[in-house]
Design a protein around this ligand. Structure first.
Ligand code: COA
Length: 258
């Protein structure tokens, strides 16, 4: 079905692999379009509860947007490309089902931006993060200027972008860019084990946690008011009744996602 990514579902977990290892999984038009479709699948397929994005091979998560597709683009085409990348990455960020990045090597440019659009990141010990666009006369365009600043703070973000330097996994952990650093061979299992736990929780509540956290950075929303609204909505769910009953009856809850 896809040519530049692969997908598989196991235990309600969708594994998306960006699959251009000979180009260090650079994001060309096909990858972006297929990623967009895979994210739609996360939203629409009830048998998927969460997802992991990883890069094929042992060297790279994603080494950036495909630079060969930049040549000859004009001002308006550059804007359209950024808008397209931003729209897809925003869809990842807004997904009501958790999507995490398993960063197995270089996460540069659009690759770093893709990882940052995910709900959180786990890094292999060989991971390297970077926004090296200044080396190309560019800036991050897929939301990176905003999400990097949110995640690591303005001073570090500006230094990171204007030097184009790479951060190693240990520094990324120290900056809060990633939640864990693990040996590369343990990366996927670590990501899966976290999500297998999440997949047993009440799905609508999981989605509302994401929505409330995203409201912090949405200037059109009052995050506290959003929290009140989302908290209240939980009381209209079967899962809230099931969860509280199960606790009081000293049994495990069986959530239906309703
Ligand atoms: N776009 C297009 N092709 C890319 C790419 C990108 N972002 N990143 C790597 N590739 C390609 C290389 O051109 C090369 O292709 P080739 O074998 O046909 O020549 C292949 O992937 C392997 O990359 P190579 O540069 O030979 O590997 P390396 O180990 O020497 O260097 C990097 C690794 C990541 C340091 C280097 O590839 C790099 O700097 N990539 C660009 C990073 C970047 O600027 N990203 C932001 C883009 S906005």
């Amino acid at each position: 079905m896809y040519s530049a990514i692969t997908t598989s579902i196991e235990n309600a977990l969708l594994l998306i692999t960006i699959n251009r290892p000979d180009k260090l999984n650079a994001l060309n038009k096909t990858v972006l379009d297929e990623l967009n479709s895979a994210v739609d699948e996360i939203y629409n397929n009830p048998s998927i509860k969460s997802a992991i994005i990883i890069g094929a091979g042992a060297k790279a998560f994603v080494a950036g947007a495909d630079i060969s597709e930049f040549q000859g683009l004009k001002h308006s085409e550059g804007m359209a490309l950024a808008q397209k990348g931003q729209d897809i990455f925003k869809k990842i960020e807004d997904s009501p089902k958790p999507i995490i990045a398993a960063v197995n090597g270089f996460a540069l440019g659009g690759g770093c931006e893709l990882a940052m659009a995910c709900h959180f990141r786990i890094a292999a010990d060989n991971a390297k993060f970077g926004q090296p666009e200044v080396n190309l006369g560019l800036i991050p365009g897929y939301g990176g200027t905003q999400r990097l600043t949110q995640l690591i703070g303005k001073g570090r973000a500006i230094e990171f972008m204007i030097t184009g330097n790479m951060l190693d996994a240990a520094t990324a952990l120290q900056y809060g860019l990633v939640n864990y650093v693990v040996p590369q061979e343990e990366l996927l299992n670590k990501a899966k084990s976290i999500l297998e736990g999440v997949n047993t929780k009440a799905p609508l509540a999981v989605g509302r946690c994401i929505k409330a956290a995203n409201a912090v950075f949405d200037h059109t929303k009052d995050g506290y008011a959003e929290e009140v609204k989302l908290f209240g909505e939980c009381f209209a769910t079967e899962d809230m009744i099931e969860g509280t009953n199960a606790f009081l009856e000293k049994r495990k809850p069986n959530f239906s996602g309703k």
